[in-house]
Design a binder for this molecule. Structure first.
Ligand SMILES: Cc1cc2nc3c(=O)[nH]c(=O)nc-3n(C[C@H](O)[C@H](O)[C@H](O)COP(=O)(O)OP(=O)(O)OC[C@H]3O[C@@H](n4cnc5c(N)ncnc54)[C@H](O)[C@@H]3O)c2cc1C
Length: 405
């Protein structure tokens, strides 16, 4: 039986970042427990890999602060560690007067957040940035970038390991048993003791928190995001990233184009209810987890909103009918044709819904006895992971100091 000062559950970008930050600041004995044999197997390795510089988050909010700081720090970290990075910028396109007005709001927000943008009007100006994008105006943000997310997580982990952090790969945490001043952590390979637990288990973080009576008013409702990609000969249709104007009342962005660091252009993701927390295909069903979602009152309260119901229906349509997905994609790039798109990978968001049906937009940290639980580390969780890791490490250190005094 091993004993550690701090055990971090989850080897995604959040778990690895908090472990690295703790190891940099202290001589505590730290362990990361990850159920897969590889790191970044779930959200952290199945995302768009975009560094969101923060123009679309409310000034003063945690998301705005973390994404702006996170983008700059991750670029420096990537350059210092040879992590593939493409500083290509993003073009956010408006198709109507209403969307153009929203871009003006975004431009003002970007200014407040200290993020440089340029608002251009007319098709000719848009095409100076993206020759195949269509719209009546666009907000160009040069700070957006694309990063190799898996390589990033492995680099974080390797830095943490060099600082003495132990990684237990292939260890599934099954239960936490409270003991005096910490936990006995039951895993599928025996137990480990820790004085403090950081729960960064992504899609399963709510289950671990609920196990010890924390965050019971929240539940993860898994939303799958599916991608298509452009065929190699049509990748020139997007040189950087082409986004639609976001709808502030919705948590997910519509289908968009992203040029990845490996040169592929991915298109998506949509946002469709997943029939299981790791149900990456639209034919995968985990009956137990589906029943959990369908039995959750918060889920039905969320769907009670006519707008959400309409969005859910449209997204479902995009999942099962390629033509519906392509139609959405062609609004941004009209010269794209059905044959230009082929199915690519999917990711699943650990989206938290509250008992009252509210779809939570900000990250939630819940403090439990000798434990910290990160629920709802949704987008831009990858972008924010360095400042987020520092913030969580500070929380852990404060709690441990408090326990000593
Ligand atoms: C489709 C999609 C697109 C996205 N695009 C972007 C983007 O472009 N930019 C951006 O900034 N953010 C993006 N995000 C958000 C970002 O990916 C997440 O915010 C971030 O990866 C969350 O990291 P995490 O470490 O909390 O979770 P995860 O990466 O899911 O890590 C949790 C880890 O915990 C492990 N685990 C779970 N249960 C247990 C257990 N019982 N025992 C041991 N281990 C366990 C899992 O195996 C997993 O490795 C996107 C997300 C998705 C799904």
């Amino acid at each position: 039986m091993a004993t550690h000062d701090v055990a971090v559950v989850g080897g995604g970008c959040v778990g690895c970042s908090v472990a690295k930050s703790l190891a940099e600041q202290t001589s505590l004995d730290i362990a990361v427990l990850e159920k897969e044999y590889h790191l970044a197997e779930h959200q952290s390795g199945r995302n768009s890999g975009v560094l969101h510089p923060g123009f679309n988050y409310e000034p003063g909010s945690l998301k705005a602060r973390f994404s702006t700081e996170g983008t700059r720090r991750m670029k420096e970290y990537a350059r210092a560690n040879d992590i593939p990075l493409d500083e290509c910028g993003v073009v956010v396109v408006a198709q109507s007067d209403e969307e153009e007005a929203r871009l003006e709001t975004l431009e003002a927000q970007a200014d407040e957040n200290g993020v440089a943008t340029e608002l251009v009007r007319g098709q000719d100006r848009i095409q100076q940035y993206e020759p195949h994008a269509a719209g009546q105006a666009a907000l160009y943000c040069p700070e957006a970038a694309s990063i190799d997310a898996q390589k990033y997580v492995y680099t974080l982990a390797s830095d943490a390991e060099d600082l003495g952090v132990d990684f237990y790969l292939g260890y599934t945490v099954e239960q936490l048993h409270r003991r005096r001043g910490g936990y006995r952590i039951e895993t599928d390979k025996g137990h480990i003791e820790a004085n403090y637990v950081v729960n960064a288990a992504g899609l399963h973080a709510d289950a671990i928190a609920h196990d010890i009576g924390v965050g019971e008013e929240y539940q993860v409702v898994p939303f799958r995001g599916e991608y298509y990609e452009l065929t190699p000969e049509r990748r020139h249709l997007c040189e950087s990233m082409i986004y639609p104007t976001p709808d502030p009342s919705l948590p997910f962005l519509g289908v968009h184009y992203t040029r990845r660091t490996d040169g592929k252009v991915i298109v998506g993701p949509n946002a469709v209810l997943a029939f299981g927390r790791e149900a990456y295909r639209n034919t995968n069903v985990d009956l137990g987890e589906l029943a959990e979602t369908l039995g959750y009152e918060g889920f039905w309260k969320l769907l009670a909103s006519p707008k959400m119901l309409r969005v859910a229906w449209n997204e479902l349509h995009k999942s099962y009918r390629k033509a519906a997905f392509v139609d959405a994609a062609r609004q941004l790039v009209p010269t794209a044709r059905d044959g230009d798109f082929r199915r690519s990978y999917a990711g699943i968001r650990a989206q938290v819904v509250r008992d009252d049906g509210q779809l939570v937009k900000d990250p939630v940290f819940e403090r439990g006895p000798d434990s910290l639980h990160i629920l709802n580390a949704v987008s831009p969780g990858l972008t924010s992971s360095l400042p987020f890791g520092d913030r969580l490490a500070d929380e852990v250190l404060d709690a441990l100091e408090g326990a000593e005094t």
